[in-house]
Design a protein around this ligand. Sequence first.
Ligand code: 6R9
Length: 646
Amino acid sequence: MSDANVFPVVEEIAKTAWVDDAKYKEMYEQSIKDPDGFWAEHGKRIDWIKPFTKVRDVSYDPHDVHIKWFYDGTLNASVNCLDRHLDKRGDQTAIIWEGDDPKDDANITYRDLYERVCKLGNAMRKQGVKKGDRVCIYMPMIPEAAVAMLACARIGAVHSIVFGGFSPDSLANRIQDSECVMVITSDEGLRGGRSVPLKANTDKALETCPSVTSVIVVKRTGGQVNMKDGRDVWYEDVVKDEPAECQPEEMNAEDPLFILYTSGSTGKPKGVLHTTGGYMVYTSMTHQYVFDYKDGEVYWCTADVGWVTGHSYIVYGPLANGAISLMFEGVPNYPSVSRFWEVVDKHNVNIFYTAPTAIRALMREGEEPVKKCSRKSLRILGSVGEPINPEAWNWYYDVVGDKRCPIVDTWWQTETGGILISPLPGATPLKPGSATRPFFGIYPVLVNNEGEELSGATDGNLCIAMSWPGQMRTVYGDHERFVQTYFTTYKGYYFTGDGARRDDDGYFWITGRVDDVINVSGHRMGTAEVESALVAHSKVAEAAVVGYPHDIKGQGIYAYVTLVAGEEPSEDLRKELVKWVRQEIGPIASPDVIQWAPGLPKTRSGKIMRRILRKIAENDFGSLGDTSTLADPGVVDDLIENRGNN
Ligand code: 6R9
């Protein structure tokens, strides 16, 4: 290996792993040379009602983009996550729930989960929900969130989960875009000892959502909420008398399973649409191989079900594999910064999957809060959401994993449905900061700005040359936007929006987004979204938002704001604007820095030159590049001069 800093495969892990290095190479080669044969075989890992005979029908041609997998087969996703385990492991735990308060926890067996899902499925059908209807889920991290997802899948409804941290406005926009007929929510959420007014937010959102005719409310905290007659019902009331059996809807492999909104570089968030067959094959397969999951192991992914990681690697992938999946309601630093490791010890967690931002925040607290917990159950560690810097990687490896647990740095996206580039624990020598090698069937390529494929060790725009079963199928209601966003920039490829470097060993190092998307604590945020929230404020004339390096969050949000004539900058106004953005989008969009800008650097045609704004935000004035095309080069001097004054 060309790098000095290589961590060889841990011997102990390799001995029992599903795949070692030779097997990886053999399977990878087959998956690329004979994708039809490869996927025909692995497509059988899930239960089909009517087995497929067709493996794939894919075109990346911008005039006719279509992606179909296993498309004459039929199945039901909830049957794959529940019914098929009942004989062998009906009494085994499916979900370990760990509440925000360490005293709150629960074990839910596969049979329990099956019954809860059936009851809710029946209740939803009674409320009039039919196959193909969209149902919005706006929930805290409680088992009912997984129950709601699987109940939708059971009756063929398409769920659209909105993260509980999003504002009423953001919730309303997402409900409107996919015309949901129902919302499933709870009275309040609970995180870090604080309550989140989910039902009140829902009420506010629904003022502008005529498509929603019913709301099912789970009681979580018992907090006071308003129930609207004829629209709102309590979960407990509607499921209570329902039978614990519910006929699953027979879905075509290409019928939609869910929509999940994600930020892009322009416009409003896109409804990423995933379908049933390919998604189930891909998430269950990656869950098994990437985490080297073995029967009976306790697996914990700390994500929220409001993000794709929660969909694929708390619910669908693990449950399809009959795994024990831990679901955590709380936050890493409550009641103390040892919480993660206390939970690991309490439930004997074997596989732990979290985000670099959490690692960095905990790293700041020193080793003691980690070392006081045993962590001896841990076998494999995972990372997702953003590039993990080598310093955080090393701390995760040395301190959390005691140098005996491989780290799988998994690169993927909402759009990809599952992990595309990642080490396999028993096969891949690790390099801190590299997501390493592609999963089976994934053909990553690096292209230059002209779309020419580059070979060997190089930097480039990361594209994927072939389709894989977990790939998104369209943007809900806007196929043209799907084509435009992913298939027109570089012809013949799926464009990820990320940049990457490939080293001499063929390892990939993701360098971050090459578009106007920023990654704040592993959450995607479009700069355009924050800008439009800012300019919606009556005192703001213009705003430009860029990312800048942030110690904990990875990237922070830096906003340049021009006020309308006659308005004066003040500390109060700054606070007001931050609060405003939180209300418009949600706390994750709060600007970290607001710089008052009398003018923004623009080209003569009026385009804001973000490259320059990024450099100033990064405190990197030496390399501003060519500013001669600016309409008024003087603005840049002003911005530099006032940078420190914020
Ligand atoms: C799963 C998820 C996707 C974007 C992606 C990239 C960044 C995710 C990463 C990573 C480097 C990793 N990203 N995992 N960058 N290394 N291991 O996070 O989906 O929320 O859609 O974000 O996150 O920039 O394009 P999503």
